[in-house]
Design a protein around this ligand. Structure first.
Ligand SMILES: Nc1ncnc2c1ncn2[C@@H]1O[C@H](COP(=O)(O)OP(=O)(O)O)[C@@H](O)[C@H]1O
Ligand SMILES: Cc1ncc(COP(=O)(O)O)c(N)n1
Length: 533
């Protein structure tokens, strides 16, 4: 087998006209990870593929080095000849249009040079460079003499994602002792290379941070003009952070290739990462620093969960999503809505997002009507679609009159709507009905819980949200919910095993988005990103 050689390029720079948005946006981006391996699946290529998949991309992988490592540390590294790396890279790029490339561990000078020579082959793709140098365990993954070569690769990326130690090495400076110094270093690296820098707060300890960030885990996008966008984040208390940097960079490459908006991509990915860290301990993988839960939004083994005992769909998914239900009931937003202490700005954000959501939800319901197997179902979904537009949107317009509210979909709304649109494009009536059901059911549930609390407390008309609670505890809405449940149960009964599993996944994902939707108004970062530019 011949190994083709790439022509030597020494002066590659990005085409400024292609920045900041990628040349093409794809619903399912084709994303290539060029990185090392981790046989325990937590870092490197294995983590990247999971991360790309969790964000709806099509993952591909070219191996730079084979690393014998686990959650406790690195045992040894085997790097195949760079000519073979080149052959892998060409095998992919000669055949597949690549929408995004995530570059991870490059190991040595030859490897970096090979990737550098190949990069022009994927002009127009989003390029995210995670300048991997040292594993969480402290083991080196980049030869010391290759640091200059890696530094020279930075200008060819659209975004570089160093942790604090890597940022310091790229600049040849000591590690930043606090967040402000880290941001300053990020600005200088971006200015020197023309590449945006993601400054990551994972390695900051609370006492070294400014008051505003204390206890948190912020990241910041810094571009070459010096503009800084900080996305705050809660610090999750877990030792299972192996592969967070790999997973984050692969996720960002994927979402950026779909949205073309770095800010939106980071907000979405950071929210996902928080969930992946919060659920990491459940995995019980290894005795060291374990991996994060890439697929936390979907419960494991949905196919196994398809009941063989003839239990109805509604009973099954109601049980499976009980965690989301109790979490929703205890959210700050829902509690404050119930006791009337919710700040008006948060309520306005919620209503405005709901109005934006309903416009799209109505289209999805219309699609359910088009796919419906009986006339009764066809009519029901069509009426629900109309109802969404006429009654609920009107209600929100009334409430929203005079309130300052965001004009565009926030990240959660966008992700939820994208999920529903994907379900409507899937072509299966059963899956679509499962995806739209939580909006009826969880909404009615929350309305009932709040209405019952309000009634028990004497149904005070002076409660600022009394009218809102009455609307959503409306008996007509409860009837519609019961019919939607019955149609989903019937669709499940007649569905294939594969569609049954897909129905469960679709319902669970929507329940998760409902949960996030009720949480979003209390999160300043999400509210901020929904403001019109
Ligand atoms: N304990 C944590 N809680 C929440 N987010 C974290 C935590 N640790 C790391 N992160 C996030 O994980 C990502 C990777 O960050 P970092 O640990 O700094 O990089 P690396 O994994 O490359 O060493 C960043 O988005 C960071 O904010
Ligand atoms: C092949 C490979 N690439 C990167 C990392 C760093 O991952 P992390 O620092 O997040 O543990 C790793 N351990 N292995």
């Amino acid at each position: 087998m011949s190994i083709r050689t790439l022509e030597e390029h020494t002066q590659h720079t990005k085409d400024p006209s292609s920045l900041p948005a990628p040349a093409r946006l794809r619903t399912v981006p084709r994303v290539l990870s060029v990185a090392g391996t981790d046989p325990t699946g937590g870092a490197g290529i294995q983590a990247d593929l999971k991360s790309i998949g969790a964000h709806g991309g099509y993952g591909m992988a070219v191996v730079t080095s084979l690393v014998a490592q686990n959650t406790r540390g690195v045992r040894s590294v085997h790097t195949p000849p760079s000519a073979f790396l080149e052959e892998q890279l060409l095998a992919v790029s000669d055949d597949v249009t690549i929408d995004a490339v995530k570059i991870g561990m490059l190991g040595d000078v030859d490897t970096i040079r090979t990737v550098r020579r190949w990069l022009p082959r994927v002009a127009g793709a989003v390029v995210v460079l995670d300048p991997v140098m040292v594993a969480t365990s402290g083991d080196r993954l980049l030869a010391a003499e290759a640091e200059d070569e890696l530094r020279a690769l930075v200008p060819l990326a659209d975004l570089v994602t160093p942790n604090l130690a890597e940022l310091a090495v790229l600049l040849g400076e000591p590690v930043a002792p606090d967040w402000d110094t880290a941001l300053d270093q990020g600005k200088r690296l971006a200015a020197a290379t023309g590449t945006s820098v993601l400054v990551k707060g994972g390695h900051l300890v609370a006492r070294t941070m400014g008051d505003a960030e204390a206890g948190g885990c912020p990241d910041a996008l810094v571009d070459s003009s010096g503009s800084v966008l900080v996305v705050p984040g809660a610090r999750v208390d877990t030792r299972n952070t192996h592969g967070t940097g790999c997973s984050l960079s692969a996720a960002l490459a994927t979402v950026q290739a779909r949205t073309g908006d770095w800010e939106q991509s980071l907000v979405l990915v950071k929210d996902w990462l928080r969930g992946a860290l919060e659920r990491a301990d459940e995995l019980e993988v290894g005795g060291g620093n374990g991996p994060i839960h890439h697929f936390h939004q979907f419960s494991a083994g949905s196919v196994q969960k398809v009941p063989q005992d003839g239990r109805p769909f509604s009973e099954l998914v109601w049980e499976l999503t009980s965690g989301h239900r109790s979490a929703i009931e205890t959210l700050g937003f829902v509690r404050a809505l119930g006791d009337g202490s919710l700040p008006d700005g948060q309520f306005a954000y919620y209503l405005a997002q709901d109005a934006l959501y309903l416009g799209e939800y109505s289209r999805v319901l219309a699609r359910a009507s088009a796919l419906a197997p009986t006339e009764a179902e066809q009519q029901f979904w069509a009426k629900s679609a109309l109802n969404c537009l006429e009654v609920e949107s009107e209600l929100h317009r009334t409430w929203l009159a005079g309130r300052e509210a965001p004009g565009r979909q926030g990240p959660v709304t966008k992700a939820y709507v994208d999920h529903l649109l994907a379900a409507s494009g899937n072509g299966s009536y059963a899956v679509l009905v499962a995806a739209v059901l939580p909006c009826f059911w969880l909404y009615a549930h929350v309305g009932n819980v709040l209405h019952a609390q309000w009634s028990d407390a004497g149904a005070d008309r002076a409660h600022p949200y009394a009218d809102w609670m009455e609307t959503y505890a409306d008996p007509a809405f409860a009837d519609a919910t019961a019919r939607a449940i019955a149609y989903a149960d019937s669709a499940f009964e007649h569905a294939s095993p594969v569609d049954r599993a897909a129905m469960i996944n679709a319902f669970e994902a929507s329940a998760w988005y409902e949960h996030e939707f009720f949480d979003a108004p209390t999160r300043p970062d999400l509210r901020e990103s929904a403001k019109l530019p």
